[in-house]
Write a protein that binds this ligand. Structure first.
Ligand code: COA
Length: 259
């Protein structure tokens, strides 16, 4: 298991944390594999009642590791049939136990889209939410183009997914994917108290309730797979080559000659 994902048991709670602060917790293929393994463990171990996603440092996660994207390293399969990123995304979309997130700083890309699969999301006042897929010449993933318009309405989803605007925690609360915004120093204790309370509730009742609240789960997974096909095609495109090089060279991409 990658040590860039912290893995802690706290009673009936499995805590999975992004732990690569020098690279703003950007997620590599090995990290996706560790997250997916954690979700598998939660699914098969009856003593785990709730999964908490958290992070080390002043950021939640800067999303997918961009050099990894460019090298295609996020795509190879590991010992499983699917690439680690797909295992993780399908894992959160099909999780039957509650998923909770404590977002203590900026969340970018999949750091945001994974939240749409969480049941409860707590954010600190320092959290921001940014899905710059279009700025990277990519497309939304994790069924975000299916879930966010349903949660927030088309125009607000377009503000995040099409215009790629970064929003703060208060606006994320208005959009409907953050439950509560708390002071940064209080986030961990607050999230843990909520997670603890949830972990003590009757497990079958919790499971059935979550499943009843997700009638569009299969549709979301099918949409996620459709997004993945476009995403994979865009990764091979001249548009993404330009966007990726621009990121590495710390400059603005120039799409004016493409299309
Ligand atoms: N993949 C790989 N490395 C990343 C990364 C990513 N997604 N995001 C940040 N890093 C690295 C930077 O390259 C830098 O590495 P270096 O010190 O070796 O140069 C280090 O993390 C610090 O990043 P920096 O940009 O200096 O930090 P910041 O505090 O000024 O900004 C962010 C933080 C998250 C706002 C900014 O790094 C960012 O926008 N990252 C890209 C996010 C992104 O587009 N993700 C993909 C979404 S699909």
């Amino acid at each position: 298991m990658s040590d860039l994902i912290s893995h802690k048991r706290d009673g009936a709670i499995l805590r999975l944390g992004f732990n690569r602060p020098d690279k703003k917790n950007a997620i590599t293929a090995a990290m996706y594999a560790a997250l997916a393994d954690g979700l598998d463990e939660a699914a098969s171990d009856p003593s785990i009642r709730v999964v908490l996603f958290e992070s080390v440092g002043d950021i939640f996660t800067a999303g997918n590791d961009i050099p990894d994207f460019m090298a295609g390293a996020a795509n190879p399969t590991d010992t499983h049939d699917l690439p680690p990123v797909a295992r993780f995304l399908i894992g959160i979309a099909s999780a039957e136990k509650p998923l909770i997130a404590a977002v203590q700083g900026p969340a970018v890309g999949v750091g945001v889209t994974m939240l749409f699969h969480c049941d409860l999301v707590y954010a600190s006042t320092a959290a921001t939410f940014h899905t710059p897929f279009v700025d990277l010449a990519l497309v939304p993933e994790a069924a975000s183009s299916f879930l966010l318009p349903r949660m927030a309405g088309h125009q607000r989803a377009a503000e995040m997914l099409l215009a790629a605007k970064k929003i703060d925690a208060g606006r994320a609360y208005e959009f409907g994917f953050v439950n509560e915004v708390v002071e940064q120093g209080e986030l961990e204790a607050h999230a843990m108290s909520q997670v603890q309370a949830l972990s003590e509730k009757a497990p079958r009742s919790v499971h059935l309730t979550k499943m009843l609240m997700k009638p569009h789960r299969e549709e979301a997974i099918a949409h996620l797979q459709k997004e993945s096909e476009h995403f994979a095609a865009q990764l091979k495109s001249p548009e993404f080559q330009e966007a990726g090089m621009a990121f590495m060279q710390k400059r603005k991409p120039d799409f004016s000659k493409l299309g």
